[in-house]
Design a protein around this ligand. Structure first.
Ligand SMILES: *[C@@H]1O[C@H](CO)[C@@H](O)[C@H](O)[C@H]1NC(C)=O
Ligand SMILES: *[C@@H]1O[C@H](CO)[C@@H](O)[C@H](O)[C@H]1NC(C)=O
Length: 578
C-alpha cells in the first residue's frame, strides 16, 4: 500500500488497506476471488454455516430406515452394497459412542464389501473412516482416506475440508490451501469455517515467505514524492528542516577558516544539501562520514542515517543508530524524541505494540510539547484500535499546533471510524460535519479531502467522494495513491472496470514504484479471472513492499490467486468472476 509510510503507522497507513478490506467485506484474503459476489451476498441471509455438525460426514450418522430394515433381513439376502451400508451404519453407531477404533473396523469392512462401481457410497465410507481417524489424531491416515474419497467424488466438500484440516496439522500448507480453496469455491465463499482456515493458512504462508524474501531483498529507495511526504509528517524535527541560515552561510564564508573546515568535512551538512537536491542515494554514505569522523553533528547524522535505513526498508541497520541517539543523554531532546517516534513506529511494523507504546510514551515524557509525538502516537493508537486514546492524542497535537491540518483530518477519520463501526448514525453525521469543517479551514490539505473521500465512499456518497479525490489530484497531481483510490471508487460506484483500471494504470505511470497500485490491479485481475496477470501484479508489489508485514500480506494475496489457478487446473473449478 503505497500510501503508508515505510516506518510509520501514519497518515495513509492502514487506510487504503482498510478500505480494501471493507470492499472485500471480511478479513478473509481468499475472498478477493469473490469480492463483489461476496459483497452482494453479504446482505442476504447467510447459508450453510451450520452444516458440518456431524464429524462423520455426509452420510448421516444413522440412516434409520435402512438400519432398521436391514437388520431385520437375512444377511445372505442382502446385496454387497446393502451389506456395506450395514457395516457403515454400525460404524456410525460406534462413532457416535466415541468408539473410534471399532468404527474404523466397520468402515474398513464397508469399504471391502462395497462394489467398486458404487463410487458415491465408497467415497462416503472412506470419508467416514477419515473422520474416525481424525478423532484419533491420525492425520496421515485422514489424508489418505480423504484422498480416496476425493478421487471417487472430486466435489466432495466434506472430504476436501477434512483433508485440508489434516494437511494443516501435518504442516503441509500449500496443499492445505489448495483444498480449502476448492472448498471455498464449492461453497461460493459462504462458509465461515472454511474461509477462516483459508485465511489462517494464507497468513501463515505469507509470513513465512516474507520472512525469507525480506532478508535477501535488495534495498530500494522509495520515490521522491514518498520521501517528501514522509518527512512532511514531522514538523518539530531538526533533521527534516532545511539547513539553518547559520549553517548554510558556512558554505559561502569559505574565507573563514573554521567554517570552511566544518563544511568541507561535515558529511552531515553535505547530506542535508543532498536532501534539498533530492539526491537521496548519497545520504547514507555522507552520514557515515560524519559519524566515523566523530563530527559535531554525530547525533543528527545518526538519526538521518537511521531514517534512510528505514526508508529503504532496513530496520536491522536502523535500530542501532536509533538506539544510540536515544541513549545520548546530552543530545538535543528533539533528536531523541524523533528517534523514539521512529523506533516506536518500527516496533509497530514488527508487530511489537508494547515496545512501540513504550517508546512513544518515553518520547512524550522527554519532550512533552512536541506535537509530532502526539500525532504519531495517535496513529499508533488507531492501529491498536484504541480510538479514544487516538482522539486524545490528536487533540493534544492540535492544541500544540493549531494549524495542523493533518491531525485534524485524522481526528475526524478516527471519530468517523468509531461511529461507523459502532453503528452510530448521529456520530457518523458529526464526523462528516467535522470533515466539512476541516476542508473549509484547510483547503490546501490534500489528506483532508482524501480521508473525507474514504468516509464518503463508505457512506455510498460516491459522487461527492469523487469530487474530493479530484480536489486531491488538483493539489497533488503526482500522488499516485489518489488515482488508485479514485479507480477503486469507480468500481464500487459504477462497476466500471475499464475506468477503474485506466485510473490505476495512470497511477503506475506517475509512480512505477506504487505498490498499492499493483496490489489493487492484481486484486481486480483476480476478480476478472485473469489469475496469471494477477500473480504478475502481486509479484511486482511484493518486490516493492516497504515492510515485511506488508510483504506478507501481498504474498497471501499472491498465494490465494495461485491456489485458485491450481484448483481450476485440478478440479475445473473457477470462482465466480465479474
Ligand atoms: C498521497 O496521498 C495520500 C492520501 O490519499 C497520503 O496519505 C499520502 O501521504 C500521499 N503520498 C505521497 C507520496 O504524497
Ligand atoms: C541491512 O543492514 C545490515 C547492517 O548494515 C546489512 O548487513 C544487511 O545486508 C542490510 N540488508 C539489506 C536487505 O540491505
Amino acid at each position: 500500500m503505497a500510501a503508508s509510510k515505510p516506518v510509520e503507522p501514519q497518515s495513509g497507513a492502514g487506510l487504503p488497506r482498510w478500505q480494501l478490506a471493507l470492499l472485500v467485506g471480511t478479513p478473509i484474503v481468499l475472498g478477493v476471488g469473490a469480492v463483489y459476489l461476496w459483497n452482494r451476498s453479504r446482505t442476504k441471509e447467510r447459508k450453510g454455516t451450520g452444516e458440518r455438525k456431524t464429524p462423520e460426514g455426509s452420510a448421516s450418522p444413522v440412516q434409520g430406515q435402512d438400519g432398521a430394515a436391514l437388520a431385520s433381513r437375512e444377511q445372505e439376502n442382502m446385496s454387497p452394497l446393502d451389506r456395506a451400508q450395514a457395516a457403515k451404519n454400525k460404524g456410525n453407531k460406534y462413532f457416535k459412542a466415541g468408539k473410534y477404533e471399532n468404527a474404523i473396523q466397520c468402515y474398513t469392512e464397508a469399504i471391502a464389501l462395497c462394489p467398486t462401481e458404487q463410487k458415491t457410497d465408497l467415497s462416503t465410507f472412506y470419508q467416514n473412516r477419515a473422520a474416525a481417524y481424525e478423532q484419533l489424531l491420525k492425520w496421515t491416515e485422514v489424508v489418505q482416506d480423504c484422498s480416496k474419497a476425493v478421487e471417487l467424488n472430486p466435489r466432495y466438500i466434506k472430504a476436501l475440508f477434512r483433508r485440508a484440516k489434516a494437511l494443516e496439522k501435518l504442516d503441509n500448507k500449500k496443499e492445505c490451501l489448495e483444498d480449502v480453496t476448492a472448498v471455498c469455491i464449492l461453497e461460493a465463499f459462504q462458509n465461515q469455517q472454511s474461509m477462516l482456515l483459508a485465511d489462517k493458512v494464507l497468513k501463515q504462508l505469507g509470513k513465512e515467505k516474507a520472512k525469507e524474501k525480506y532478508k535477501n531483498r535488495e534495498p530500494m529507495m522509495p520515490s521522491p514524492q514518498f520521501i517528501k511526504s514522509y518527512f512532511s509528517s514531522f514538523t518539530d524535527d531538526i533533521i527534516s528542516q532545511p539547513l539553518q541560515k547559520g549553517e548554510k552561510k558556512d558554505e559561502d564564508k569559505d574565507k573563514e577558516g573554521e567554517a570552511a573546515e566544518v563544511t568541507g568535512s561535515s558529511g552531515y551538512l553535505k547530506s542535508k544539501q543532498y536532501m534539498e537536491e533530492e539526491n537521496y542515494d548519497k545520504i547514507i554514505s555522507e552520514c557515515t562520514k560524519e559519524i566515523e569522523s566523530g563530527g559535531r553533528y554525530t547525533a543528527e547524522a545518526l538519526l538521518l542515517r537511521a531514517t534512510f535505513y528505514l526508508l529503504i526498508g532496513n530496520a536491522t541497520a536502523a535500530q542501532p543508530d536509533l538506539d544510540r541517539v536515544i541513549n545520548m543523554q546530552d543530545a538535543n531532546v528533539k533528536l531523541r524524541a524523533n528517534a523514539l517516534i521512529k523506533r516506536g513506529s518500527m516496533y509497530m511494523q514488527q508487530q511489537q505494540p508494547l515496545l512501540s507504546t513504550q517508546d512513544f510514551n518515553m518520547a512524550a515524557d522527554i519532550d512533552p510539547r512536541n506535537p509530532d509525538v502526539y500525532h504519531h502516537r495517535g496513529q499508533l493508537k488507531i492501529l491498536l484500535d484504541q480510538v479514544d486514546d487516538a482522539v486524545g492524542d490528536f487533540d493534544e497535537c492540535i492544541l500544540l499546533r493549531p494549524d495542523s491540518a493533518l491531525a485534524q483530518a485524522q481526528k475526524c477519520f478516527a471519530l468517523y471510524r468509531q461511529a461507523y463501526t459502532g453503528n452510530n448514525p448521529s456520530q457518523v453525521q458529526t464526523a462528516m460535519d467535522g470533515f466539512e469543517d476541516v476542508i473549509r479551514r484547510f483547503p490546501k490539505c490534500a489528506e483532508g479531502y482524501a480521508l473525507y473521500a474514504q468516509a464518503l465512499t463508505d457512506q455510498q456518497q460516491f459522487g461527492k467522494a469523487d469530487e474530493m479525490y479530484d480536489k486531491c489530484i488538483e493539489l497533488e497531481p503526482d500522488n499516485a495513491t489518489t488515482y488508485v483510490h479514485k479507480g477503486l471508487l469507480q468500481l464500487q460506484w459504477k462497476q466500471d472496470l475499464d475506468l477503474g483500471l485506466e485510473l490505476i494504470s495512470k497511477a503506475i505511470e506517475i509512480d512505477n514504484k506504487c505498490d498499492f497500485a499493483y496490489e489493487t490491479m492484481g486484486t481486480i485481475e483476480v476478480q476478472r479471472g485473469n489469475l496469471d496477470k494477477a500473480i504478475e501484479m502481486f509479484n511486482k508489489a511484493i518486490n516493492l513492499a516497504k515492510s515485511e508485514m506488508e510483504m506478507a500480506h501481498l504474498y497471501s494475496l499472491c498465494d490465494a490467486a495461485y491456489a485458485q489457478t491450481e484448483v481450476a487446473r485440478k478440479y475445473g473449478l473457477k470462482p465466480p468472476t465479474l
